[in-house]
Design a binder for this molecule. Structure first.
Ligand SMILES: [Zn+2]
Length: 412
């Protein structure tokens, strides 16, 4: 049921609290910079201890450090720095600083070693911006410290950034920044919850999140849209919980008229009410609501081979549908046989926009798909959230609609 649209004037500080199960790990050691304080830095209040801290700590919820993988399996990268930086190894055995803007090269050295500027190490190397310095890699600008993790023949770079700052760099790539504020606020809560839930599981790993669709899109948080800043700040620390626990607040572009149970996409996910699907009559304004798409026959045959199905493609058809019309299973038939697979698996491989399929035609060189929606169809429908916001629903109502049974809570 959709609640009636009304502007819900603020009921501040009445939210229940929920605990994020995040254990203290090495993230905290790297996330709390206090090195190189002996440097003769200008005596400013921030001085050398200043990796980006959450602004104005007054009465706000304490922020957490999020570790985002921004460069993966690379042999070479260039880090532009707008001002002063500190470069040091994790154990501080090697360190130096650069006082002015410039560029330092990061590259692989001998097996298992990485080099950042003049510093070579087998252990993680930290590139720490000081004061207002921003770091730029591949035209994306970051505010957090960057940690280079040497691998055998390549390296990864992980940005350490406070959660709320990180969200500034997620929102505009997951939802258009010109959309209604209440939709952006719903997105902020969903992304924050997803982030904290993801962190729970990553205690012993070197990073928490990818910067792409494997987790959430993220392109640095140095340049923040006003609308995005509002959406994040006005929901600061707010998350969704179910029975007192955070859950994976999945979201997607357009559900095509109704979301589905998480089991059709991720059978390992907990079967809980907020992820069991709901109606959606707010997304048909979007051009993503319907689609027509051609996929090369060779791409489908490649998928078939990955399922140990040889021969040339004969047909693709829907084998089983959910109540909303989304294909849960499809059958791929080749001259060598046929196989029925999860449609989500097929979608991940071939790139069809959605499994809510209304027509499939197998041609000589292409397979033609028609249907509704964009994305996996679980959790919040972003176009629907936008549609609701345009009809004056509040972010709380939007979240309640797409995650039924969930409770908006304050993280502690
Ligand atoms: Zn929808």
């Amino acid at each position: 049921m959709v609640p009636s649209a009304r502007q819900n004037t603020s009921q501040t500080n009445t939210l229940p609290t929920v605990t994020a199960k995040i254990q203290a790990t090495s993230r905290e050691q790297l996330g709390t910079p206090s090195v190189l304080t002996e440097d003769p830095a200008p005596k400013q209040t921030t001085s050398a201890t200043s990796a980006p801290q959450p602004k104005a700590t007054t009465t706000k919820t304490p922020d957490r450090i999020v570790r985002v993988l921004i460069i993966e399996n690379s042999k070479s990268a260039y880090v532009k720095h707008s001002g002063r930086i500190n470069v040091y190894t994790k154990d501080l055995s090697k360190k130096y600083k650069i006082s002015n803007g410039g560029t330092i090269a990061v590259k692989t050295h001998k097996t298992g070693q990485a080099q950042a500027g003049t510093l070579v190490a087998v252990q993680p190397i930290i590139i720490e911006p000081v004061g207002d310095t921003k770091l730029e890699i591949n035209k994306t600008t970051y505010t957090g410290k960057l940690v280079v993790f040497p691998g055998k023949t390549t390296f990864n770079i992980v940005e350490y950034t406070p959660l709320e700052q990180y969200l500034y760099g997620v929102l505009p790539y997951e939802m258009h920044h010109t959309w209604a504020l209440e939709a952006l606020k719903a997105q902020a809560v969903a992304a924050r919850t997803y982030t904290l839930k993801s962190i729970e599981k990553k205690v012993d790993e070197p990073f928490d999140l990818y910067a792409d669709v494997r987790s959430q899109m993220y392109k640095g948080s140095a340049n923040v849209y006003d609308s995005v800043r509002k959406a994040v700040d006005q929901t600061r620390g707010q998350v969704l919980a179910y029975k007192g626990e955070l859950f994976y607040t999945y979201y997607h572009g357009n559900c095509g008229g109704g979301t589905d149970h998480v089991e059709i996409w991720n059978q390992q996910a907990p079967h809980i009410k907020p992820l069991a699907g709901t109606s959606c009559k707010f997304d048909s304004h979007s051009k993503s609501y319907t689609f027509k798409q051609d996929i090369a026959k060779s791409a489908v045959e490649k998928f078939a081979r990955s399922q140990r199905l040889k021969g040339s493609l004969k047909s693709v058809r829907v084998a089983k549908k959910t109540g909303t019309g989304r294909a849960s299973y499809i059958t791929v038939k080749t001259s060598g046989g046929s196989k029925t697979v999860l449609c989500s698996t097929f979608r991940a491989s071939t790139g069809i926009r959605s499994c809510k399929l209304t027509k499939i035609t197998t041609g000589a060189t292409k397979v033609h798909f028609e249907g509704h929606g964009y994305g996996h169809g679980i959790g919040m429908c972003q176009d629907g959230a936008h549609g609701m916001a345009k009809q004056n629903y509040t972010y709380k109502q939007i979240l309640k609609h797409y995650y039924p049974g969930s409770t908006l809570s304050q993280i502690r």
